[in-house]
Write a protein of this length. Structure first.
Length: 190
């Protein structure tokens, strides 16, 4: 048996969406401004270099706090949304999303919901490098061997692939993760 659900303010919930004006239908009149912004309150970064005798260690990182993102992948964002529904790919949304009137400013019939807004604050360790320098060799002034890792780790509560999105509208539809790169270097100084 169907049980009517209500939000904290007593408004009925239909298909996971709140009927804010209480007219029994989900329409544009039920939309509201969330107050969440994709613009961070602050950016920060770190760049350190440590040296001990012939060893050197470097670490670089950056992050932001106070920004929110719509997790478009979890929401079922697609450029061919209607076709995907017909093929059965979008199991995380209801079919009513295609027939109700809230759509993105494009042809894809996507409905935005605050259910998919997530805190995208993060700190990313961009690069760690470790090296050793051999001095005063017979055939060279010095040789330095170094190894580094890029895109080491991202600390965040965001559930998408990457909280640092490139979209200015705050919607993350990224399905390709950033690669982690390992590098080994040899520098010879004659």
């Amino acid at each position: 048996m169907f049980q009517q659900l209500y939000d904290n303010d007593g408004n009925p919930v239909q298909n996971g969406l709140i009927d804010r004006d209480g007219d029994g239908e989900i329409t544009d009149a039920d939309r509201y401004v969330t107050g969440f912004s994709p613009t961070p309150d602050a950016f920060f970064g770190i760049n350190t270099q440590f040296r001990y005798k012939n060893w050197d260690l470097g670490l670089n990182g950056h992050g932001s706090i106070g920004n929110y993102v719509i997790n478009g992948v979890a929401m079922g964002y697609s450029t061919s949304y209607s076709d995907d529904w017909n093929k059965g790919y979008l199991n995380n949304v209801s079919k009513e999303y295609l027939v109700e009137g809230w759509t993105a400013p494009s042809e894809n019939n996507q409905k935005y919901s605050d259910m998919f807004i997530e805190n995208a604050s993060f700190f990313r360790i961009d690069d760690i490098n470790l090296g050793y320098t051999f001095d005063d060799l017979k055939f060279a002034k010095s040789i330095r061997i170094a190894a580094s890792v890029q895109n080491v780790y991202t600390f965040t509560k965001y559930r998408g692939l990457d909280p640092e999105i490139m979209s200015s509208d705050g919607v993350d539809f990224n399905i390709i993760p950033r690669p982690r790169l390992f590098t080994l270097r040899l520098n010879i100084n004659f």
